[in-house]
Design a protein around this ligand. Sequence first.
Ligand code: CU
Length: 180
Amino acid sequence: MGYRMSLVAFSVLVLLVSCQEGTSPAAETGGEAMADMEGMESQGQGMEEHSDHETKHGGIFFMALDEVHHLEGTLSSPRMFRVYLYDAMTMPLNDEKVQQASGTLHWGEFPDPPGIPLKVGHEDGMLMAELDREIEFPLTLTLLVNFPGAAEGESELFNFVFDEYSKPPAMEGSEGMSHE
Ligand SMILES: [Cu+2]
């Protein structure tokens, strides 16, 4: 099984920095038509790929080494680990893509076999694994994920260390965001 065990947290930091470079100054002097010709790189609704690395469910967030996917792991109860898979825009993967993903969850910091297979969950982009032992904090879990589009057996490894249960972010009405 060829999983890519690199310093995931470290590479996330590096890629975060390189992601920031994508913001292109659109301000050109007197060139209204220029925007159509040069603004091709961002086809999204004003969003750049990799501009959103925020957790959505109060879990632990990673960018995948394939530089496309993102994921977030949560521990919501003594029994349930969930992983949310996202695309480059940090939107949940659709059902079809989620069906193509697979993975196993392992106790501790190594992917010792056999691992607990992930099952498709009932939320967008979500897979889950039911923990089969008593947990104790801090809890270290290792996740091997085969992303949609990856070769068979080509899995990425993610280490999660939970100090407590994940808290879903509070639903706040306004976050002071300005829409223009
Ligand atoms: Cu990213």
